[in-house]
Ligand binder design. Structure first.
Ligand code: PEP
Length: 248
């Protein structure tokens, strides 16, 4: 049986309180298409206000620290983002793996901390263009997945996002056959890593998804939803993606 589609918006470092009206507008689409799970991960400064608005879908964070507390200036623990109103966290986004040098081991520890705090986790994996050109994409992505994979993983709280680094924010999208190959490889790896229950772990595609290409991407086998950056900032752009997920 196909998994329920999950569409997640990653606002990255965008949004002040005036953008809360966009969350209210997006909520209208989430209400209309009840068969789709929707989440928005705004900057941490907006989590509490967004959650208070009770938009009828999940509000998440874009990262959290793996430690419960301590001398980690500028960082936030899973309990802190939970208290602010987050119900999930994106982890190991390629921008953090690059800019903050996050390792697979750190992403794994973060996922375990998030789960221990009662939150869901979205672990991001993806190859660079150089790695794809060298024919290493599947090997790299499955290696990242194995290295970042938390103990006691379960479909009730874990989601994987496949995001080719070269497709993020570039307007470029892989061939459908390449998306299909990668999502099948991720499913196979999940089977190896967790056995029973692997089929229920949702695998999102991320990288320049928009209202024009969402239907095609969401129709691919093992694509259980999307992680969306630029096109998640307004209801005008995000709504059609939710609509496409409902029809997929
Ligand atoms: C992302 O940041 O996770 C992402 C997929 O961005 P964009 O949709 O803008 O490519």
């Amino acid at each position: 049986m196909a998994n329920r589609k999950f569409i997640v918006g990653n606002w990255k470092m965008n949004g002040l309180s005036e953008q809360l009206t966009d969350i209210a507008e997006i909520a209208k689409f989430a209400d209309k298409y009840e068969g789709v799970d929707v989440a928005i991960c705004p900057p941490v400064t907006l989590i509490a206000q967004a959650a208070e608005h009770n938009p009828g879908f999940m509000i998440g964070a874009q990262d959290c620290h793996y430690a419960d507390n301590g001398a980690h200036t500028g960082c936030l623990s899973a309990a802190m983002i939970r208290e602010a109103g987050a119900r999930l966290s994106i982890l190991g986004h390629s921008e953090r793996r690059t800019d903050q040098h996050e390792t697979d081991a750190e992403v794994k520890a973060k996922a375990q901390a998030v789960h221990a705090a009662g939150l869901s986790a979205i672990i991001c994996v993806g190859e660079t263009e150089q790695q794809r050109d060298a024919g290493q994409a599947v090997e790299i992505v499955c290696g990242q997945l194995a290295g970042s994979f938390p103990e006691n993983a379960d479909a009730s709280w874990l989601t994987i996002a496949y995001e080719p680094v070269w497709a993020i924010g570039t307007g470029r999208v892989p061939e459908v056959a390449d998306v299909e190959e990668m999502h099948a490889a991720i499913r196979k790896k999940l089977n190896e890593l967790m056995g029973e229950g692997a089929g229920g772990v949702r695998i999102l595609y991320g990288g320049s998804m928009n209202g024009g290409n969402a239907a095609q991407l969401l129709a691919v086998a093992n694509v259980d939803g999307g992680l969306v950056g630029g096109a998640s900032l307004t209801a005008e752009k995000f709504g059609p993606i939710i609509e496409a997920a409902a029809a997929a």
